[in-house]
Design a protein around this ligand. Structure first.
Ligand code: ADP
Length: 796
């Protein structure tokens, strides 16, 4: 029933898109008759019409028809109707589900061209450098022929140092191919610029995200982070680790694995108070203790060795859930990594503070319009809608899918399963049918590869971190008799073409050695076979020792009377057993997927405060960078506000306080200007402070010597004040998040509590930015370097 309704909705959406397709097709014949020059001249004409007020949508049919005809002439490929359908969805800012091999790269050229006409930048965003570069190189001749400029969004060399202005030049192109990581980091870096000339990223106008579900859903756990200075290390990791080992579930603590929540019960709190000899651990001085206990609890109960991380050469190394790959260099934030190190008894590493951070989910909101494409977006439809109000449109394939997806093969133990896989691969190989065997981890892939060599079956093993090589090798997986053993991510985004005669053998056979954590990934893997209507097959193997079952399943479901009565010989063949195991795996996958969704929802909830504050701060920074009018900066008003507040808060009616205040904030060389003033007269004191402030500014102007440099000085000191406070705020929020992950102490709604604290601290931050501005303006020392560039030495 659900499927039918879905199908109906999709057909409804497609109907409107088919109408647009007809409009595009109406131009095909006449454009195919046009000379190259006339066709190329269209770009200029479109741009003129845009300048005259035409909308992009109104240009779409002609523009798409132009790209199609140009593509035929330049690339030798004519975008098919289904590709135009996808291209229409992409311009609308929605998500196009297109199967592997249907040609997403070419599809994207149409909306990129149309949006590139504006000159505001159209982006194609993909998962890795290699894919970005490959697609960019492939499509460059097309765009250049059409008169649009195109660039790779980064210089593809390790640790490349950009010259001043180089990034501006890159982002100045009409069309940019890049990766989510590169663009996201540039966004954060751009918002740390201390001068207009250091900004390089234009407002993000239009972007298409390739493999959108991988980037927005799967990569959600790891936000982009720019690290700052090492953080002062808590010395409590060791003791809190020992303490939590003494606790019992449901007596001292409770947990909800799906929500990744764990919290102390009242008994647990009493135990903690006793253990650490404090009266109430929730009193302010013990903030760090509470945080450390929470981290230790999470480290102990939410993270499992060999499933979530490995201990490798004395380091805790995270594991990518989907691929089983180690993620060296990636660390959990805010002390969690250190808590796991304490749990494992390895040396505790330094926790770095966070200077700037954003999740990919929020990053893409910076785009005026973005859209996405992937082969498996339908399964993420609800999330795309909840997050961005985007719908997923399933684009039909050009030719019907001829792949056969066989039912799973089910085993109890790993050994039997592996033996069956090897046997199956051998059989297929004898027939010369190409086989792609996909495993979750590199270790398993190595194991199978060795087994095949032992049986004199040559095979390609793809487990390297080298995406370029993987892509090449996987492209060859469709040859006669080829056996390719790969991890799930290997060669992602690369199309497998079949050699002559392979179709007759039945096409590529995909065998997956275990279900992945997520059914979307399973589908991606099956989709490696059967591209563009090719024959092919896929089959997934299951055993109860598989990762998803171990991690999420309850194999208790096997302890049933009727099952126990079946003898060992026929056990695995029995229908009851098979059904049970399938049920266990399906359930484990569902739990894992639900947990993924719940976690992303939580992350988003938490991100809301940070993201709202970040928007305010970044907008304020831009305002300062664009401000060249001294009057408009209203520095006197700002200083007066600060002095008025501090008059009360710091009791400036006392002369010792007042002089200390002036030394600290305004001038080291203060020589008593308050002799004739009644210190209890607030207005008089404030007025005198403002006079002092003015005098300091005038003195700074004398040193600097001209209006332009003086404005630069003011901008830089204000930005410095904003940044130092904001960086602190970002880091504090990050810390707060890890400490507030508990439900005791009347904080039934941890997220509410978090937002409350986040808001209060933001208000406080705004005040302290003002103070810092006054201080920076008065007590910074401006100097000039050899190139006569302004260098400011800040007072703190
Ligand atoms: P996807 O990313 O959707 O899996 P690709 O963009 O990698 O697919 O394209 C798959 C293959 O099909 C590529 O070799 C591409 O050159 C080819 N291709 C795409 N569109 C067309 C077309 N309209 N005509 C001919 N070949 C095409």
């Amino acid at each position: 029933m659900k499927h039918r309704v879905n199908g109906m909705i999709n057909r409804g959406r497609l109907k409107r898109i088919y109408k647009r397709l007809k409009q595009v097709n109406a131009y095909s014949d006449s454009y195919s008759q046009m000379s190259d020059e006339d066709l190329q001249a269209k770009t200029k004409m479109f741009r003129e019409r845009l300048a005259d007020g035409a909308t992009l949508s109104s240009l779409l049919p002609e523009a798409y028809a132009v790209v199609r005809e140009a593509s035929r002439r330049v690339l030798g490929m004519y975008p098919k109707d289904v590709q135009v359908l996808g291209a229409i969805v992409l311009h609308d800012g929605n998500i196009a589900e297109m199967q592997t091999g249907e040609g997403k790269t070419l599809t994207a050229t149409m909306p990129l061209y149309l949006n590139g006409l504006t000159g505001k930048g159209a982006y194609l965003i993909t998962t890795n450098d290699y894919l970005a570069r490959r697609d960019c190189e492939e499509m460059t001749p097309l765009f250049e022929w059409l008169g649009l400029s195109i660039a790779l969004g980064f210089v593809d060399e390790p640790d490349y140092e950009y010259a001043p202005g180089e990034k501006q030049a890159i982002y100045d192109h009409d069309i940019i191919y890049t990766t989510n990581g590169r663009l996201g980091f540039d966004y954060l870096i751009d918002n740390l610029a201390d001068g207009k000339e250091a900004k390089f990223l234009p407002p993000l106008h239009f972007g298409i995200i390739d493999e959108v579900d991988s980037i927005i859903l799967d990569a959600a756990q790891t936000p982009l982070v720019i690290s700052g200075a090492p953080r002062v290390q808590s010395n409590l990791f060791g003791t809190t680790k020992t303490f939590v080992e003494t606790l019992q579930e449901d007596v001292h603590y409770k947990m909800n694995k799906k929500e990744q929540a764990i919290w102390l019960t009242p008994e647990g709190i009493i135990a903690a108070n006793d253990y650490f000899g404090v009266e109430n651990m929730y009193d302010a001085p013990y903030f760090d203790l509470v945080r450390s206990i929470n981290l230790a609890l999470r480290a102990r109960h939410m993270f499992e060795a060999n499933l979530d991380y490995f201990v490798y050469n004395g380091d805790v190394v995270l594991i990518d859930r989907v691929t089983g790959r180690m993620l060296p260099g990636t660390k959990l934030q805010s002390g969690l990594h250190q808590a796991i190190e304490a749990k494992e008894g390895v040396e505790i590493s330094t926790d770095m503070s966070v200077m700037a951070t954003i999740t990919f989910q929020n990053f893409f909101r910076q785009f005026e319009v973005f859209s996405g494409m992937s082969a498996t977006s339908k399964l993420g439809e609800k999330e795309f809608f909840d997050l961005y109000g985007k719908v997923v449109v399933q684009i039909p394939t050009d030719k019907p899918i001829a792949r056969i997806d066989y039912a799973d093969r089910v085993f109890k133990g790993l050994d039997n399963k592996n033996a069956a896989i090897i046997e199956r691969v051998c059989t297929l190989h004898e027939m010369q049918r190409p086989v792609l065997l996909i495993t979750r981890t590199a270790e398993t892939a190595e194991y199978f590869s060795r087994q095949f060599f032992d049986r004199h079956i040559p095979n390609n093993l793809l487990i390297a971190q080298n995406v370029a090589k993987e892509a090449q090798m996987i492209a060859e997986a469709g040859q006669w008799g080829a056996v390719t053993v790969a991890t799930s991510m290997a060669g992602r985004g690369t199309d497998i073409k079949l050699a002559d005669g392979v179709k007759e053998l039945g096409g590529l056979a995909v065998i997956v050695s275990e279900h992945m954590e997520n059914s979307r990934v399973d589908r991606q893997l099956r989709g490696r076979a059967g591209r563009q209507g090719d024959p092919g097959s896929s089959q997934i193997y299951i055993s109860l020792e598989d990762y998803v079952v171990q991690r999420w399943g309850k194999s208790k479901l096997l302890d049933s009377e009727p099952l126990n009565r079946i003898d060992d010989e026929t056990f695995e063949q029995s229908r009851l057993f098979q059904q049970r195991v399938k049920h266990i795996v399906a359930r484990a996958q569902r739990v894992s997927e639900e947990q993924g969704v719940a976690m992303r929802e939580m992350n988003n909830e938490y991100e809301k405060s940070l993201s709202a504050q970040r928007d305010i701060v970044y907008a304020e920074r831009d305002r300062v960078l664009d401000q060249w009018d001294l009057e408009a900066m209203q520095l006197m008003t700002l200083a007066r506000d600060v002095f008025q507040r501090d008059y009360h808060e710091q009791k400036l009616n006392n002369s010792d306080n007042l002089y200390a205040y002036i030394y600290r904030l305004i001038s080291f060389q203060y020589r008593g200007d308050f002799k004739d003033i009644d210190l209890n007269d607030e207005a008089a004191v404030v007025a005198q402070l403002v006079t002092l402030f003015k005098a300091r500014l005038a003195a700074q102007y004398e040193v600097i010597g001209n209006d332009y440099m003086f404005m630069r000085f003011i901008q830089k000191t204000i930005l410095k004040a904003i940044d130092s406070n904001w960086i602190q705020q970002v880091d504090d929020l990050q810390q707060l998040r890890s400490s507030i992950n508990n439900r005791q102490n009347g904080q039934r709604n941890a997220i509410f509590e978090y937002h409350r604290v986040a808001l209060t601290s933001f208000e406080a931050m705004r005040e302290s930015v003002k103070v810092r501005i006054v201080n920076n303006l008065c007590q910074s020392v401006p100097t000039f370097d050899k190139q006569n560039k302004l260098v400011i030495h800040f007072p703190n």
